[in-house]
Design a protein around this ligand. Structure first.
Ligand SMILES: [Fe+2]
Ligand SMILES: [Fe+2]
Length: 188
């Protein structure tokens, strides 16, 4: 497997972990309990940052190369770049909703649930499509030289939540995610 794809795959696993953490908090809200808004905001902050700045752009570069090498495969999976823009738009919509709740604006519960699920469902569907269609198609169509060229053009930065050095704003979220993973593991 191309090293770039392995790294993106690992990032997907991290994204799924975060989405599950978020679902857990949204469920609290749906069951009329009080969610931990610090967790929800932390997850949103992460998505507004690292994935949008470093994960999606790498995939966009691979997708552009796939368009050259196998246009039919690229067309079949839909417009990847447009999906990334959709993800960013839904993240911002959800972020604005959470802000409104925290500012004690009158936000209908149904709206909050809709924003949360719009975000979660789209993310999961997108990840699944990439794992199932995009990555295999890219692995099949791109050459060693393509991967080397892409690697040279990609901008990398350490992940501030899942990397070795956790950014100060994500310390609590990192602990929460680890705790949540431990609890889930104990239950299964
Ligand atoms: Fe993507
Ligand atoms: Fe992705």
């Amino acid at each position: 497997m191309a090293e770039i794809i392995s790294a993106l795959h690992r990032e997907h696993a991290n994204i799924v972990t975060l989405i599950r953490t978020l679902e857990w908090q949204v469920k609290e809200f749906e069951q009329a309990r009080s969610p931990d808004y610090d967790i929800i905001e932390g997850v949103i902050d992460y998505f507004l940052g690292y994935p949008d700045l470093y994960h999606h752009p790498k995939e966009n570069l691979i997708y552009a190369k796939l368009r050259e090498r196998d246009p039919a495969a690229a067309t079949k999976m839909g417009d990847l770049q447009a999906e990334h823009e959709q993800i960013a738009a839904r993240t911002r919509e959800f972020a604005a909703g959470v802000r409104a709740v925290l500012d004690e604006a009158q936000v209908p519960r149904e709206s909050f649930k809709r924003w949360a699920h719009n975000f979660i469902d789209f993310q999961l569907k997108h990840l699944e499509m990439e794992e199932r269609n995009f990555f295999p198609a890219a692995e099949k169509a791109l050459t060693e030289a393509d991967w080397a060229e892409l690697d040279a053009r990609m901008v990398s930065e350490e992940d501030p939540l899942f990397g070795e050095h956790v950014g100060t704003q994500f310390e609590t979220l990192r602990e929460t995610v680890l705790r949540w993973q431990r609890e889930v593991r104990q239950q299964t």
